[in-house]
Ligand binder design. Sequence first.
Ligand code: FE2
Length: 404
Amino acid sequence: MSSASAEAATDSVAAKPAHFHSSPGRVERLLPRFHQIRDFTNSLCADLEPEDCVVQSMPDVSPTKWHIAHTTWFFETFILKKFNPGYRPEIPQYAYLFNSYYNAAGDMHRRDLRGLISRPTVREAQRYRASVDSHIDNLLSSADEKLLDEIEPILILGFHHEQQHQELLVTDIKHVFAQNPLYPIFRMPKTGGRSSATPPRPVTNGEYIAFIEDNGYGRPEFWLSLGWMTVNEQRWQAPLYWTKHEGAWWNFTLSGFRPVDESEPVTHVSYFEADAYANWAGARLPTEFEWERAALDYPIEGNFVEGENFHPRALSVSGDDRRLHRMFGDVWEWTRSAYSPYPGYRAAPGALGEYNGKFMCNQYVLRGGSCATSRTHIRRTYRNFFQPEKRWQFTGIRLARDPQ
Ligand SMILES: [Fe+2]
């Protein structure tokens, strides 16, 4: 990376035509938000060593370095290259390495081979990040209202895109660390303690252990056919990251390897496991529409990534409070709704139309956000989605029952 080309690109911003006038109000709102979100990604990486940041432990997992660079690529590709005519990328080949799945934005490197890329180094990826940030600074500071009208929606999409990658960064490094017999610690939880929450609530580890001990994983009557096939092929006997150790269940967490706390919401279960558990419990999973209706008056508060616990919080299970609890935060809740377009949905034109429309097949909707989701990212209407066998996200279970 030559600093000369960085300066040349910066100069081109400074030499903008005279009709670009700054818009202090909007820029003063957007730029601090931009830096806040970019800084939070950096803060998640603060305790990681370069060696941690390059491992890809399975095809679904991306190395931390890739998240750092790909979120940067997003702003470079969809804002700088589009709205700053003088912008010249320092390393044009990054466009190939750090494009995820946008065919309209050009060819891309294979997702499952991201862990084989040792260059750029972590430090170079951070420099790329800083360089794009300063170009965004310059572009926004000198943009007039008309240009801001065009940039703002894409910038905000970029904020949310980065927040999605912050969540993946956390769940991916958990999977990476879980492969290491030394069980590295990502971060100790910032706040401890139990909430005063009571049922109805997400299914707890204790309740899930009852399913395991009732031979839930060995009884086909509870399972979807595809789920039963997966359980047998993968030899699942418990949620991901659980191990039986001297007769007791332990689990790997981002603060280390520790005994399973029966009062915590169960997490790292697939749709198949959530559905089988619900059948065993004589209930079912809610539809996404039931979930959203139930969450209508529920405040969006809970255990999100800003709390820096990086794990679901334990529930207090006493009392006879029948209100809903923990609708937001802690664990994403599987619904029985397929991730399909709503009536009237049309993919946006251009490369950004690939953001989610093309994934509307073979996936289930999850609701509510998790301990790795940003509070400012989640909404009551937010549809997350994953294939039914995935379980490396903080996914959990909420039951629904039909009226008798
Ligand atoms: Fe992405």
